[in-house]
Design a protein. Sequence first.
Length: 191
Amino acid sequence: IIMDSEIRDRILVVDDEPRICELLTVKLRMSGFIPQSCTSGEAALQLLSSGPFEAIISDLNMPGISGLELLAASRRIAPHTAFLMATGVSDVSVGVAAMKQGAEDYITKPFQMDAVIASVRRAITMKRMEAELEEYRNQLESMVEQRTNQLKAAMRRIELTYDETLEVLAAALDLRDNDTAGHSRRVSLFS
């Protein structure tokens, strides 16, 4: 049961078989997601450019733009979108290849719907954590740069204060003995 205050994630389902799109969108909707589906990689790219999705479930083998091509394109358009590859082929090497190219998970047909929903949630959580980590790194880099600049400014102030202190001490020495007046300044300039 979804509470009104919860944010509902948008999921894009891409499969050249309309019945699979319908099956997944119904189950995703029942699980609290906002699904949208299309039957080609080209249509998916248009939908991706029109607004953000938290996850994409795409068939591997489709006419036109394949699932792997859609994966590569979605990484450029929406790098923080989770991508799950779906296929009827239960060959582990296909899943490994998809995951090496950036897919968060690999699901096989016929779908075990509870496993699909769990994979979608896990993939979205992982992508959110990656985005938070990237934001934290950026903030950390900014803080380090700011602190480095502050340290450099403090070092410049210390050097100036040190130079001023030496000049005052030299002037005090000169005041004590009129015969050597200016000697300390001449020595410091010479050195």
